[in-house]
Design a binder for this molecule. Structure first.
Ligand code: FES
Ligand code: FES
Length: 161
């Protein structure tokens, strides 16, 4: 006799509670994309190497491909969709576009989440701080310089300069 391993969970994503019923072994990335329906978070390596799947859990960046959905219960999950407020792009999103830090865009959601966590803990980062803060996010298109420029500009914007 087969036995269902599904569990009823409630995930709080971008301030909204989503009840889901998922196998206890499902990772957060697949649940966000297929059960919650938020596909901004990308699947790259599926092995904790590329950062395309980065989300924030209580403000901390986490590779959602390597994190169980069940572990995220009771925590505030933020995805790239949660960065837009009242229809306006967040400064990091706007600056990535204006600085040319988006080419194919596959790495962009993860970059945005890592940059957001970096700027929350380091409001006035050096370029080295930015490189370290984004070191878990791979980009095969841009060469990183434009992404770093966008984060630097966002830091200044958020400081009101
Ligand atoms: S898809 Fe998660 S780190 Fe690459
Ligand atoms: S813009 Fe293509 S991987 Fe970064």
């Amino acid at each position: 006799m087969s036995q269902s391993l599904d569990r009823d969970l409630v995930l709080t994503v971008n301030g909204i509670a989503y009840p889901v019923s998922v196998d206890h072994g499902r990772n957060l990335l697949s649940v966000l994309r297929t059960e919650v329906g938020l596909t901004g978070t990308k699947e790259g390596c599926d092995d904790c190497e590329c950062g395309a799947c980065m989300v924030l859990l209580d403000g901390q960046p986490v590779n959602s491909c390597s994190y169980l959905a069940a572990q995220a219960v009771g925590r505030e999950i933020t995805t790239v969709e949660g960065m837009v407020r009242d229809g306006e792009l967040h400064p990091i999103q706007r600056n990535l576009l204006e600085e040319g830090g988006v080419q194919c865009g596959f790495c962009t959601p993860g970059m945005i989440m890592s940059a957001t966590a970096l700027l929350a803990r380091t409001p006035d980062p050096t370029d080295e701080d930015i490189r370290i803060g984004l070191s878990g996010n791979l980009c095969r298109c841009t060469g990183y310089a434009k992404i770093i420029a966008a984060v630097r500009r966002t830091a200044a914007d958020l400081r009101g300069e």
